[in-house]
Design a protein around this ligand. Sequence first.
Ligand SMILES: NC(=O)c1ccc[n+]([C@@H]2O[C@H](COP(=O)([O-])OP(=O)(O)OC[C@H]3O[C@@H](n4cnc5c(N)ncnc54)[C@H](OP(=O)(O)O)[C@@H]3O)[C@@H](O)[C@H]2O)c1
Length: 247
Amino acid sequence: MTKRNVLITGGARGIGAAAARALAEDGHRVFINYVSSTQKATDLVDEITANGDEAFAVQADVRDDHQIKGMFDKINNEFGGVDILVSNANMSFVAKSFMDQTWEEFSQKLNDEMHASYVTAKYAAGSMKEKQFGRLIFISSTLSESPAPTFLAHGSAKGALDSFCKYLAQELGPFGITANIVAPGLVLTDATKNAPDEFKEVIRVHTPTQKIAVPEDVANVIRFLASENSSHLTGTYTPVCGGAYLP
Ligand SMILES: NC(=O)c1ccc[n+]([C@@H]2O[C@H](COP(=O)([O-])OP(=O)(O)OC[C@H]3O[C@@H](n4cnc5c(N)ncnc54)[C@H](OP(=O)(O)O)[C@@H]3O)[C@@H](O)[C@H]2O)c1
C-alpha cells in the first residue's frame, strides 16, 4: 500500500476524527485540521502516533483564504502535497423556515460551505494533478436530497456541494483524481448531541437497520473511497444512513 498524505478538515472531533483514526490505521500520514479544538487535535495526534502511525495537527479556519494557504504551504513544502482530501468541516447555519429566514442567514451557510470545499479542493487538486493521483471526498448530508423542516440553508448548501463534486469528477478524472460525496444521515456527534432523545428514537425506528450511526460508520465509507480500490468510482453520492433515505 502506498502511504498517502491525507488532509481532513474539521478532523479533531466527530466524523472527521473517526476518519483520521481509520486513515492513519490504513497507513496514511494524516493532517488533522482544526479551528478551535487545540487540545482535542493534539490528543488525537498523540493517540495515533502512540499506535505507530503518523499524524499532525494543523490549525486553520477553512473560511479564511490566508489560513488555508498557510496550511497547504506547510503540507506542500514539507511533505509534497495532499493526496487525499476529506472536506468535512461543519459550517454552522441558522435553522429557520424559508418565510422566517433572511437572505443573509441563508447565504452565510451557502458561502461558508462552498468556500471551504472549493478553496481546499483547488489547492489539493494542484499537487494531485502533478502526481496523477488524488481522492477528493466531500461530506454532504442526506438532507441535500431529502428536505426536513428548518434545514433549508444546510440542505441547499449540501446540494450545491453535490453538484460541485460531479463537476470536479468530470474535469479531474483524466488526471487520476476522483471526487465523491459521502452523505450521512443522523450521526451521533457534538453537532447532534442536543437533539431530543425522542427525535433520535423516531429516526431510529424509521431506519431499516434500526440504529443511529456513529462516526465510525461514516469513516468506513470514507476509508474505502480514499483507497486504491475505489479508482473507478467517481462522481458518486453515497448515503450513509442505514437505508433511512433511499434515493
Ligand atoms: N452529525 C450529523 O448528524 C451529520 C449528518 C450529516 C452530515 N454531517 C456533516 O458531517 C460533517 C462533520 O460533522 P460532525 O457532526 O462530525 O461535526 P462536529 O462533531 O460538530 O465537528 C465539527 C468539526 O468541524 C470543524 N470546524 C467547524 N468550523 C470550522 C472552520 N471554520 N474551520 C475548520 N474547521 C471547522 C470543527 O473544528 P474544531 O473542533 O476546531 O471546532 C470540528 O472538528 C459536516 O460537514 C456535517 O455537515 C453531519
